[in-house]
Design a protein around this ligand. Sequence first.
Ligand code: PLP
Length: 397
Amino acid sequence: MSQALMPTYARADLAFERGEGPYLYTADDRRFLDFAAGIAVNSLGHSHPHLVKALTKQGAKLWHVSNLYQIPDGARLAERLAENSFADRVFFSNSGAEAMEGALKLARKYHHARGNPERFRVITCSNAFHGRTMTTLSAAGNPKYLEGFGPEPEGFDHVAFGNMNELRAAITPETAAILVEPVQGEGGIRPASVEYLRALREVCDEYGLLLIFDEIQCGMGRTGRLFAHEWAGITPDVMALAKGIGGGFPMGAFLATEEAASGMQPGSHGSTYGGNPLAMAIGNAVLDVMLEEGFLAKVQKTGDLLKSRLEALVAANPHVFEEVRGTGLILGLKAVPANVEIIAALRDQGLLTVGAAENVIRILPPLIIDEIHVDEALAALERVCASWPETGSDGAA
Ligand SMILES: *Cc1c(COP(=O)(O)O)cnc(C)c1O
């Protein structure tokens, strides 16, 4: 492995040469079923023909022009996202953390423009993940990721995820917004309850706060709706997207209602690359597929099947797994032994998964998987369970 790469990742000794649908292949043609999907990025799997066509067609025409000019595909993608969500305004970024930063800037600007510059603080949840920039690290408040990077940017108050009493008690005259992931991803696949999401909407309305959802991981079809908050029948004022929105092309976005975005004027915010023609061609192509009749219903159906199969697996193998979490195709298995050991064993069996907090193994397949892929994943999981020694922490055997 190269010494030139900054050693910020503990990488598996595995390199892929090509991908096709839900499969990845090494140069020596070993095949892996990819239930990590680049951490929820390859929403349509690898080398999806419609995305390849959009990429090559646009790639031959025009990659990049500055946002100083009109970008018709960007205007079209913004309109389509707005039409299919609560939002009226869209800003395109290159990544999730940048989308989050933009959403947080918007919240401050909103109150500032209304003559309340003292309202700048944002209430966030413990166990959250919002990105790796200084501000998004501070927003999430995970001490593991902040260690050594102090002093922290100011302005975040952390409360327990799901606890409305704590949240209400944290509101002050300086509070600008509440920021929550409708399904905590990195934090261990923890879905917010419908009641919690509705109560967040109510408290924001009561105090004039902006409700910001980070749907970078759980949005773009992953729960079987285009956006995870749709299940609660409420809407936020602001939402950050990334990961699945580009199907593997680096892009993100933050969306807002006209009212929430009212402080954003020419010069308020910008990005050199964000929303360039190549990204926008691919973003539109991703949306073409996701908005096809039946696409999201199939994600729900496949997700339900996968979850029920995982529940049976867990019930049969209490020495390996404790519980199944999540919804749609954002699922988690809470492991009994160290999750990294099981992830490595699954990899040896040709199944790729990804770790999360709370000793969880994230199952994030491409949204295009079929029942046969569920069968194949379960077969790999069953092989690992069958070979796992029963001498667990409970002292059995
Ligand atoms: C991945 C992720 C981010 C950060 O996205 P990047 O593209 O890595 O900057 C932020 N929030 C959530 C919920 C995420 O899953």
